[in-house]
Ligand binder design. Sequence first.
Ligand SMILES: [Zn+2]
Length: 86
Amino acid sequence: MTDDLQVERERLLDEHFREQWSYAEEIPACDEGLILLQVFAEAHPAAYQLALQKGFVDLTHPGFGRMAKWLAYSQHWSTCEMCNEV
Ligand SMILES: [Zn+2]
C-alpha cells in the first residue's frame, strides 16, 4: 500500500539533488530534511556549497543565522528523530 505523503515527498525531492547522496556513506537528513536542504540550496547556492564542505556541521558563520531557509533546515534537523537516528 502506498503512502500518499511519501509519494508527495518523492515528487518534491529532485532526483538529481537526491542522487548526490547515493554515494555518500551518510545521508545528512531524512527525505523531508533533504527537501528543506534542496530549497536552501536553490535559494543560496554559494552558502550551500560552503555548508556541504563543512559537512553541515559547525556552521557558525553568522551569515547562516540570517538565512530563513537554512534555519528551516537546521530547525527540522535538530528536532527530527529520523535525521538524528543514524
Ligand atoms: Zn528529518
